[in-house]
Write a protein that binds this ligand. Sequence first.
Ligand SMILES: [Zn+2]
Length: 328
Amino acid sequence: MKTASLSLPNPHKMTLLVLRDANQPVKQVSVSKPLVIAVPLVALLSISGLIISLQIQSSQTIGKLERQLESQSLRFEAIVTDKDAAIERLQNEVIALSGQSEEMMDRMERVTELETELQKFIDKYGDPEDKSGLTSLSWDEGETLGIGGEFIAVHENEIEQLAADTRDKFTEMSKLLDEMEQHVPVTLKKAKQTQYTISGTPTEWPTLSKRLTSNFGYRTDPFTGRASFHAGIDIAGKTGDPVYAAGAGKVILTDKDSSHGNYIIVEHPGGLQSWYLHLSKISVSAGDTVTKGERIGSLGNTGRSTGPHLHFEIVKQDKPIDPMPYLQ
Ligand SMILES: [Zn+2]
């Protein structure tokens, strides 16, 4: 089909002439006028509608995608912010931990020093025969102190280093604690023994008066006038004056006889005993534990005595010894 021409025999009709090849007859098609206008119009409208609807659809899809992307990127941002915050928090924790480990080391070092002091005290005042001793704990400052906490951690590597140092320090501390756990109870036991020995040694002057009327050793007996051995010291005083335990210990005997009068024997550590004779009153009983300087009775004039006085005696392994070197 090559060309078409129109003729107008009827005002409401349109005639379409279809010219084909030269040897073919002309074909005539009669079409109503409104139809000629309506068909392309409908086609145009439907195409436009299609385009518009496609446009709407695509814009909706794009909008949806945009919103999705936006929310996703917000989520990512939130996650990244969370991570940053977490890292910062961890870094601060590492720094804080490092500080704590420093402080703990200092404190442990002080405890170790105290233990060493205690050991020195025991060595000085304790049993001189017991020299098994404890090796005092040493602490190498250069090796383990003064690392972390002094720089402001700004780099990941630094934080890692700090964490590693702190971990090392905690390991070191744990080792030190193990040692202390072993040593401190032993040291404390020794300190207690030392304290017991110190407080148990009869060194306290046993009454108020300091007036010595008779020394330890050979003397002329006040009753017979003959040479005799005096097993203790005599301290003149007033009847009723307090009599004190010269050292901590256990009362092993309270008794009375014509020679000793009312008397008390206290047992102390190291095979020592202290004897208190001629008392007017006894304030303790056998089996009692007494502390150094505790009142145990009253000065008197009972037994073989010429006047109110305290006969004080120290017995070591069943033999009386001179009490003066003990008394302060
Ligand atoms: Zn005497």
